[in-house]
Ligand binder design. Structure first.
Ligand SMILES: Cc1ncc(COP(=O)(O)O)c(C=O)c1O
Length: 395
């Protein structure tokens, strides 16, 4: 029997880098003293008030079909929060609630792209971006971020990559995996390029609530941004709710109407009791969000402090998010070899940068999703591993 051709392409786009993560998880579950820093799943419990709101909603009978694109309580809460964050009035009609940002990305791409179209991704892109573009039959075109300059966007290179087939630019700031935040003047330039060329700008702002010093200025709130920008958001990281699967799209009302129709065909509405909890979180749990952000910031300091000044490696200090990138090329090995050998020697799993494409071949991504004492132990082991390499080379 035949399958649609895109499903085999999707299967082939998986990366070996995740195999180490799976091994680490298996060994951890078997009781070995493994520290898993290879994934970005918040270690914090979902705040108790959110869990209670979910239980209350279940008790109140929110267990039936719900409206595709979000119950009114949640779209109202999102509208309130996004209006405050973006400094502009966002109406519920400009919001579509999805099953996490991943679902929001998929729905957006399906609404905007078709076979023959091109989507520009700023590389290294978040690992799932290629797949969502390919799922719509379109072709991803990678434009490198400037790795030599803190993973900043090269707007000239972006403009040069535009062809008559380009329909979408997909931007992710704060950026996974580097944690870089694009400055407003760069975002404005990207927006101008998109407007001039009649191209949609998709702005993945999943980490926007986790900016440590600077905030991220969204293109949707900039002059001319409203008509052509689609913002992708999630509660997975900011509220430690990865398993609840809540995210949303902010975009023009027409696009949102299409997205709701599509969602009706995909899922026929999300879980109402989860959405009640999400609405509670957005309206009442800001303190919990701030506390988690402060914790990630403190963890960043720890990693940067422990891994700075070591021979052969270079730690990139992230502006936001839940990861640090470590360049390991100076040790004479790529990220994949480093990750394998570190795991063998010290039982610490990190993600080889190759998972994000060839630009990060010589990097590893280290997650901040462990409590401070565990992170300190992991950083101590990483130091010991690197120190051991130096001794082996010297011997
Ligand atoms: C940049 C980026 N976008 C989207 C997602 C998907 O998030 P969600 O859990 O909301 O589907 C992630 C998750 O790691 C991410 O890092």
């Amino acid at each position: 029997m035949r399958y649609a051709s895109f499903v085999s392409e999707l299967a082939a786009s998986g990366s070996d880098a995740w195999a180490l993560h799976s091994r680490a998880q298996e060994r951890q579950q078997a009781g070995d003293p493994v520290i898993v820093l290879s994934v970005g799943d918040p270690d914090f419990e979902t705040p108790a008030g959110i869990v209670q709101a979910c239980k209350d909603a279940l008790d109140a009978g929110a267990t039936k079909y719900s409206l595709a694109g979000g119950i009114a309580d949640l779209t109202g809460a999102v509208a309130r929060n996004e209006s405050a964050r973006l400094g502009m009035t966002v109406a519920p009609s400009e919001i579509v609630v999805t099953s996490g940002a991943q679902n929001a990305l998929y729905v957006t791409m399906r609404c905007l792209l078709e076979p023959g179209d091109e989507a520009i991704l700023l590389a290294p892109p978040y690992v799932m971006f290629d797949g969502v573009v390919r799922s719509s039959g379109a072709t991803p075109v990678h434009v490198p971020l400037r790795g030599d300059a803190g993973f900043t966007i090269d707007a000239d290179a972006l403009e040069a990559a535009i062809t008559p087939r380009t329909r979408v630019v997909l931007m992710n700031s704060p950026h996974n995996p580097s944690g870089a935040v694009a400055p407003p003047e760069t975002v404005r330039r990207v927006l101008e390029i998109c407007r001039r060329n009649d191209i949609w700008l998709i702005s993945d702002e999943v980490y926007a609530d986790l900016c440590f010093e600077t905030s991220f200025d969204s293109p949707i709130a900039m002059e001319g941004g409203r008509d052509c920008t689609v913002v992708i958001r999630s509660m997975s990281k900011s509220h430690a709710m990865s398993g609840w699967r809540v995210g949303w799209i902010v975009g023009p009302a027409d696009l949102c109407a299409h997205a709701r129709n599509l969602l009706n065909n995909i899922q026929y509405g999300g879980s109402a009791f989860i959405q009640h909890a999400a609405a509670h979180a957005l309206l009442n749990e800001n303190d919990a969000l701030t506390a988690m952000k402060d914790a990630y910031k403190a963890r960043r300091e720890i990693l940067v402090q422990y891994l700075s000044g070591l021979p052969g490696v270079d730690i990139l200090r992230p502006d936001a998010g839940i990861f640090c990138l470590l360049h390991v090329g100076g040790l004479g090995m790529d990220g994949s070899t480093f990750a394998e050998r570190l795991f063998e020697a010290q039982d610490v799993s990190v993600l080889a940068g190759g998972a994000f494409g060839p630009a990060l071949r010589d990097h590893v991504r280290i997650s901040l999703c462990q409590p401070e004492p565990v992170l300190i132990e992991a950083a101590t082991r990483i130091r010991a591993f690197i120190g051991g390499l130096k001794e082996t080379t010297a011997a």
